[in-house]
Every structure is written in structure tokens, then in C-alpha cells.
Design a protein around this ligand. Structure first.
Ligand SMILES: [Zn+2]
Length: 84
């Protein structure tokens, strides 16, 4: 059995301090916080400073930015099984 290390797209979910919604970004936000490009294609958001590991995980219990969430769902992800 051969296991390839699959390069998966890592998504960071950022909740700016002046927002309640999570925005998705492909770039890890700077530790001290700062503007990050978002997946949703709207204005960059200001990521708060990193406080804890796992801060950028997706929280299903919190609201998402609709644009970022839609873009996230539309990400080209290699299907586990190629059809045909
Ligand atoms: Zn967004």
C-alpha cells in the first residue's frame, strides 16, 4: 500500500474584530494580524492577531461570509475517485 502525501488546499478562516462572520483565505494570516486577501473576492479583511492554534479553523457554529463560503464550496478539489 502506497500512501502519497496529498497536497490539500489549506483554508484559513478569519473573523475580523469588527465582523462576526468568518472569511476564507488561502494565505496564512500574519501572526501579528493584518490584512489578508479573501477567497470571496471582496475587499481584504483585517485578520486579528493570532492568539491560539486552531484559531483559523472553520467554526460551524458561527456565521460565514456568504461570498467566501460560496468560493470555498467552489474550490477545485481533486475528487477522491476519478469518474470513468
Ligand atoms: Zn468574505
Amino acid at each position: 500500500m502506497t500512501t502519497h502525501s496529498v497536497e490539500r488546499t489549506r483554508i484559513f478562516w478569519v473573523t475580523p474584530e469588527d465582523d462576526v462572520r468568518q472569511h476564507a483565505t488561502l494565505c496564512e494570516p500574519p501572526e501579528e494580524g493584518g490584512p489578508v486577501e479573501v477567497l470571496g473576492g471582496h475587499q481584504p479583511v483585517h485578520a486579528p492577531a493570532r492568539k491560539e492554534p486552531g484559531q483559523y479553523q472553520m467554526w460551524h457554529t458561527r456565521p460565514f461570509c456568504e461570498q467566501c463560503f460560496t468560493a470555498y464550496l467552489n474550490l477545485p478539489v481533486a475528487p477522491p475517485e476519478a469518474a470513468g
